[in-house]
Design a protein around this ligand. Structure first.
Ligand code: ARG
Length: 477
């Protein structure tokens, strides 16, 4: 410890835990080990957890009715003080838990010291974090579903809009823009399902596990769990204080959300470029360049794409944090909070940005349609047409390939070839071939469940809307 940073040996030990200590904490170590700067945001959950714990202690006769009342009122007053911005957080008191406990004792005297009966900061912090994550999962699900319904609206609006569908980023077959939006929606439906699933494992109460072994007081764990809205009680006290799987699961589900948003972002950026020119975004979602006056940049999708890295990073931090930790609680776990908070903040901002931006997407329908009609995009339709006339698919593929080569050599599209040029490749080709060679004919033909036809897009949108209204994750709809 350098002299500059350190302060060892000076002063009297004065911590809530310093009974067995004979010298004060080094001042650098005090700052280094403190978490209040970031865990203060758990104050609401910490107070709710304490009120439930005290109520339960009252019910089992460990605290008197009057003590429970004083503790509860004291904690409520502290919450009001924090929310009014009048609470003085202290690094010397290390974390949110001890700041609030010390304030309670300051307010109601020695009774405040009884609150910590039958619990430890280890089950307390695990409880707080679960309550926090549970609430934020609900907020994330709301935002995910908001974005999903914006996509469904856009899909319906653009059900007839034809664009090129890509594989290998090469024009492959015409699709409808609405169908593309519903593909994005489907990704998010899985995300919503993952959040819902994760919430079930978050919603277990660690309270009563105390430091690691449980407590000798006659506590009622089911009761404190019930008061806090937990679905069940964590089954093993050692696991209850050390488990952070739920945080990792949220980070994993969040990483998938960011991966999806970054794929959408990438497409928006491409489509907005002059080279594609498929869409435009209103000025309020874009920024300019300080040197090139003509620029209008898609900053919002770019930033969302960029932020995916942070969330993936937090997933890896959390996995590494937990790797090799022996049972039960270790101070390492204090490092779980910043990644969890930042990944939630990032996800909420990105989902909100997209939910705002999607309804504002303006489709340049003519540009898309024209692009869809290029590059012999209906070649598969010609092959399918021949199959309809009794040709085996592999042979039809070969014949169509020759017609494509012929068209390319003449700088034409398939539908621009004369009928006698086409019949040169197969005598089965007749005048009705032009119906399947148009982009509208091509998409309309794909009218099965999950297909790109405008009528099918409308049906899929209606199903999605129904599932959203029923509050169900709708990927299996
Ligand atoms: N601030 C600590 C954390 O975030 C609270 C639990 C401390 N427990 C302990 N035994 N030191 O993990």
């Amino acid at each position: 410890m350098s002299e500059k940073q350190g302060d060892a040996g000076s002063g009297k030990p004065d911590k809530l835990w310093s009974g067995r200590f004979s010298e004060a904490t080094d001042s650098f170590i005090e700052r280094f080990t403190a978490s209040v700067e970031f865990d203060a945001r758990l104050y609401r959950q910490d107070i709710a957890g304490s009120i439930a714990h005290a109520a339960m202690l009252g019910e089992v006769g460990v605290l008197s009715e009057d003590e429970v009342r004083q503790i509860t009122e004291g904690l409520e007053a502290i919450q009001a003080e924090i929310e009014g911005g009048d609470f003085a957080w202290s690094v010397e008191l290390e974390d949110v838990h001890m700041n609030i406990e010390a304030a309670l004792t300051g307010r109601i005297g020695d009774i405040g010291k009884k609150l910590h009966t039958g619990r430890s900061r280890n089950d307390q912090v695990a409880t707080d974090l679960r309550l926090y994550v549970r609430e934020e999962i609900d907020a994330l699900r709301d935002l995910t579903r908001r974005l999903q319904s914006a996509l469904v609206d856009l899909a319906e609006r653009e059900a007839e809009t034809i664009m090129p569908g890509f594989t290998h980023l090469q024009s492959a077959q015409p699709v409808t823009f609405g169908h593309h939006m519903l593909a994005w929606h489907e990704m998010l439906a899985r995300d919503d399902g993952r959040l819902e699933d994760c919430r079930r494992r978050v919603n277990r109460s660690p309270l009563g596990a105390a430091a690691l072994a449980g407590t000798s007081f006659p506590i009622n764990r089911a009761r404190s769990a019930e008061l806090l809205g937990f679905e069940a009680v964590a089954g093993n006290s050692l696991d209850a204080v050390s488990d952070r799987d739920f945080a990792i699961e949220l980070a994993a589900a969040g990483s998938l959300i960011m991966m999806h948003l970054s794929r959408m972002a990438e497409e928006l950026v491409l489509w907005m470029s002059a080279q594609f020119g498929f869409i435009s975004l209103p000025d309020r979602f874009c920024t300019g360049s300080s040197i090139m006056p003509q620029k209008k940049n898609p900053d919002v999708p770019e930033l969302v794409r960029g932020k995916s890295g942070r969330v993936y990073g937090h997933l890896l931090s959390l996995l590494t944090l937990m790797k090799s930790q022996p049972l039960a609680y270790n101070k390492d776990n204090q490092e779980d909070k910043e990644p969890v908070f930042d990944l939630i903040d990032t996800l909420k901002d990105c989902l909100f940005a997209f939910a705002e931006l999607v309804p504002a997407i303006e489709c340049k329908r003519e540009v898309m349609r024209e692009a869809a009609a290029r590059d012999c995009a209906t070649a598969t339709d010609l092959a399918d047409y021949l199959v309809g006339k009794g040709v085996a698919f592999r042979d039809a593929h070969e014949v169509t390939g020759k017609a494509v080569a012929h068209a390319i050599a003449r700088g034409k599209e398939l539908h621009e070839l004369e009928l006698d040029e086409l019949t040169g490749f197969s005598s089965l080709i007749e005048a009705d071939v032009y119906e399947v060679l148009t982009v509208a004919g091509s998409v309309a033909a794909r009218n099965h469940y999950g297909g790109t036809a405008p009528a099918e897009v409308r049906r899929a949108a209606a199903r999605a809307r129904q599932a959203l209204a029923a509050g169900k994750p709708n990927s299996m709809a």
